[in-house]
Design a protein around this ligand. Structure first.
Ligand code: HEM
Length: 152
């Protein structure tokens, strides 16, 4: 009898797990505020720093001054997704420069995009979340194209 009870409990716990995942997914909100953008950017770079392929570009090749870089990225994504118009800069030019210091090809861009997409999807759900992923993909392709053009 004891094992039967245990079995049922296991089944029950599995179901509870499934239900809480379901509730989690349905409670995700869209990217709506400056705080949401900050959470997205901060979480994204937490993952980037730990990534074996592109992490060292940020931590060793450059290395990035995070106090300066993060607020810039809040403005960049705030301008794209919330219409803030706060970002002033030329990301294309900066990435072509970086490609002169380290490998910045299809492998690095797909890794970047994979981290970005999984970060957005883990935190948000909605039209702006989808837009963030689509825009990141478009900018990535353009950046990679510009980098390849400069090399030939
Ligand atoms: C392989 C992919 C990428 C790598 C390794 C990379 C790396 C970097 C690094 C190291 C910086 C900091 C430069 C500095 O502080 O001097 C930077 C800046 C920046 N990155 Fe990327 N990046 C990548 C892709 C992208 C993509 C796809 C986007 C946009 C969707 C993007 C947007 C930006 C922006 C807006 C800045 C700030 C530029 C500025 O105004 O100074 N990056 N990136």
């Amino acid at each position: 009898m004891h094992s039967e009870t245990e079995f049922k409990q296991e089944e029950y716990l599995e179901r509870v797990d499934k239900i809480s995942q379901f509730i989690d997914n349905h409670n995700k909100k869209d990217i709506q505020t400056a705080e949401d953008i900050q959470l997205l950017v901060d979480t994204f770079y937490d993952h980037v720093k730990l990534n074996q392929i592109i992490g060292p570009i940020f931590t060793e090749t450059i290395p990035v001054d995070w106090e300066h870089h993060l607020p810039k990225m809040y403005k960049f994504w705030g301008s794209i997704l919330l219409g803030e118009r706060s970002y002033e800069g030329n990301p294309m030019q900066r990435h072509v420069e970086i490609s002169g210091l380290t490998a910045m090809g299809a492998e690095e861009f797909s890794e970047w995009l994979l981290i970005f997409t999984s970060t957005v999807n883990s935190l948000f759900e909605g039209e702006k979340a989808k837009e963030a992923i689509v825009r990141a993909g478009n900018i990535s392709r353009l950046m990679l194209h510009n980098i390849e053009q400069k090399k030939t």
